[in-house]
Structure formats: structure tokens, C-alpha cells
Design a protein around this ligand. Structure first.
Ligand code: SAH
Length: 350
């Protein structure tokens, strides 16, 4: 038996071929595509204008990827929602919905777990389980838009996983998400965050997408960076930063630098000075994130005064910096901690 095709991960042209193979007319491909990517139905049976026999054929020949909502938490403070989704193989992933003045944003996961090993991050503690398919990444946005009932205008690939370690699925996801026949989310409103995989940053620049690249910097010198991020052993700043600069030059998209402030490790004024020296001419924006402590490690958050002082030190040197507002404080479980808690306690605890 041939493997079932993941139709939700197919671009329209491939779907047309698939539909032709089943002996159906091309307009059926368009209908099918709309049901999946515009009407966001959770099952093939819900595609009511397709003939029953065709729906049955699809179910036999194709896999219809759809996520199951295992748990949903909603903040009473700012409307942030955190979702724990179940995959067909019973793995779980988490995604977040955030409401901003500029629109609704979803934070998606790109892998189950992660193999990058950043020391402060909960997603990587148990290593990588597997990559997500483009359809599983899309479904996070689709299920959330359907649940909230409002248009999602921004997507950040900042959930669990390293998106550039799952390159092909990521690019497919971006193309489908921004496609005219689908949700048509502007590529300018999609941000891909990476720990700094140099060859893949270069590859992404070649894809000619107009997504924003966010680099997780977290330190302004290699020595400190290596303490926090093992990937810094492989790619020093002298390689990562030129790759980012090249991304900016090829795409014209301004860069974002993420910098999680860890008390006593990377939060001194001296670090801010070094950071300004490093990225001063790169037209980037620095996103400061007071680190979310995880119980498995001893890292502490810099206090509010230190965070402000760090920001001021950057601003004085002409670097645009903002402190990331903490969303959904009352529902906790930031950055992969919801899934981790779920795995430790088991489903019944929820
Ligand atoms: N693999 C991607 C996406 C990771 S999550 C990357 O490395 O960029 C998005 C951001 O949150 C990254 O900058 C990541 O380093 C940061 N992050 C992860 N856990 C964190 C924590 N506990 N506190 C603060 N920032 C964290």
C-alpha cells in the first residue's frame, strides 16, 4: 500500500494533481483547498459540497491532519490563551494566542521538543522527539482562529522547537499560510525565531520570502553565549551576525534580536555596551525578555530596575529596544512549560 498523502501540506498545484489522480475535475481541488485552508474544517466529513463518494475516496487515500485540543487555558487579565494540542501519534505540543493592539497573534511550535539544548529553555530538556509537518504547524493557527472566531494577523514561530532545524516544513508552512487561497497572512507579519543555524539562515535568505528573522542572541560575546546556548560552540557570533546581515540585505526585512536577561549572567551595563557595539549598524530591534525561570535550572530573572537600566543603556547608544510584555501571567506555563507539566503529571491531572 502506498503511504497516505498529507493533503493539508500540499500546495494547490500538487492538490490539483492529487485530485486528477482520483479522476475528479480541477475545480474540486480548489473546493478541497478552501475547506482546509479557508473554512478550516476539522474533518473531511464537514466538506458538504463535495460528493460523498469523493469524500470517502479522500479518506481512504489521504491523511487529514487535524489537532485535538487537549487543554485550553485563558487569561482573565489580557485574553491570552494557551493551548495544548494532541497529534495523531499522541504527542502533545503547545501554542499561544495573544491579543495586541496591532492584531491577533499566534505563537506556533515547529517541533515536538528540541535538540538545541539552550540552558534556560524548558522545551529542550527531554531533547527532540520529532519534527512537525507543515500541516501540523498550520493546524495550530487554524484551530486557534476557529476557536477564537477572530482573524489571526500575525504568526510567530517561537514555540517549542528550532524552526530552521525543520527547514522544509517551515518554508512550506509559510507559503501555505500566506497563500491567497488560504488565510492570506502577510509574510511581513510572520516571524521566524532561530538560535542561529548559519547555513539555514543563508538558505532562508535564498527562499525570497519576506518574513522577519529573529535571532536569539542572549549574549554579546561568545564565551557567555556558550554558557547559555550550546549551538554557540558550532556557530560563533563572527559567523551568525554576518549571516543575519546578509538576510537583511537580501530581503530588506529588519532583524529582531532576542535577548533574555538572566541575573548576573548577561545583564550588566557592560553587556549592553558590547551588544550595542555588535549590532549597532544592523538596523535591528532588540527584544528584551526577563528570563522565565524553570525549576530544572538555577537561572534567575534580572529585577525590573536592571531590565530598565539595560534597555536605557542600549537606547543611549542608539539601539531600538523594548521589554517584552509578559502575557497571560495568571495562566503561567511560559515557553514549553505547559507541555512539560502535562507530561510530568499525566493527562488526568488536568
Ligand atoms: N528555537 C527558536 C525558538 C525558541 S522560543 C530560537 O531559539 O529562537 C523563542 C524565544 O524564547 C527564544 O529567543 C528563546 O531563546 C526564548 N526562551 C526560551 N525559553 C525561555 C525562558 N525560559 N525565558 C526567556 N526566554 C526564553
Amino acid at each position: 500500500m502506498t503511504e497516505k498523502k498529507d493533503i493539508k501540506a500540499m500546495e494547490l498545484s500538487a492538490l490539483c494533481d492529487f485530485v486528477a489522480e482520483l479522476g475528479e475535475k480541477p475545480f474540486r481541488a480548489r473546493q478541497l483547498y478552501e475547506w482546509m485552508h479557508k473554512k478550516l474544517v476539522p474533518s473531511v466529513d464537514a466538506m458538504t459540497n463535495l460528493p460523498k463518494a469523493f469524500r470517502e475516496e479522500i479518506k481512504t487515500r489521504a491523511e487529514y491532519v487535524s489537532l485535538r485540543t487537549v487543554r485550553r487555558l485563558e487569561s482573565g487579565i489580557d485574553g491570552t490563551r494557551k493551548y495544548l494540542f494532541g497529534l495523531a501519534d499522541n504527542n502533545v505540543i503547545e501554542s499561544v494566542f495573544m491579543r495586541y493592539r496591532h492584531g491577533n497573534s499566534v505563537c506556533v511550535s515547529s517541533q515536538v521538543g528540541c535538540r538545541m539544548g539552550c540552558k534556560f529553555c524548558a522545551s529542550t530538556l527531554d531533547g527532540l522527539v520529532r519534527n512537525l509537518n507543515a500541516s501540523e504547524m498550520l493546524e495550530q493557527v487554524y484551530r486557534i482562529q476557529a476557536d477564537v472566531g477572530e482573524r489571526i494577523s500575525n504568526v510567530v514561530v517561537m514555540g517549542s522547537g528550532e524552526p530552521l532545524d525543520n527547514f522544509d516544513a517551515l518554508v512550506r508552512f509559510i507559503r501555505l499560510l500566506s497563500c491567497e487561497e488560504g488565510l492570506l497572512i502577510s509574510q511581513r507579519n510572520i516571524t521566524v525565531s532561530t538560535c542561529g543555524l548559519v547555513p539555514e539562515i543563508e538558505r532562508l535568505a535564498e527562499e525570497r520570502l519576506s518574513v522577519t528573522l529573529a535571532l536569539s542572541l542572549h549574549a554579546a560575546d561568545d564565551e557567555t553565549r556558550r554558557i547559555l546556548m550550546p549551538i554557540a560552540n558550532r556557530y560563533p557570533l563572527s559567523e551568525v551576525l554576518p549571516a543575519c546581515r546578509q538576510y537583511f540585505e537580501k530581503t530588506g526585512r529588519r532583524l529582531t534580536f532576542e535577548y533574555s536577561l538572566v541575573a548576573g549572567v548577561n545583564d550588566k551595563d557592560e553587556d549592553a555596551g558590547r551588544l550595542a557595539g555588535l549590532i549597532g549598524d544592523m538596523h535591528g530591534h532588540v527584544n528584551l525578555i526577563p528570563v522565565n525561570p524553570i525549576k530544572e535550572r538555577n537561572y534567575r530573572q534580572s529585577d525590573r530596575r536592571r531590565v530598565e537600566a539595560f534597555k536605557e543603556a542600549l537606547m543611549r547608544r542608539g539601539i531600538n529596544a523594548t521589554v517584552r510584555r509578559e502575557m497571560g501571567r495568571d495562566i503561567g506555563g511560559a515557553c514549553g512549560q505547559l507541555r512539560k507539566g502535562y507530561l510530568e503529571k499525566g493527562e488526568r491531572a488536568f
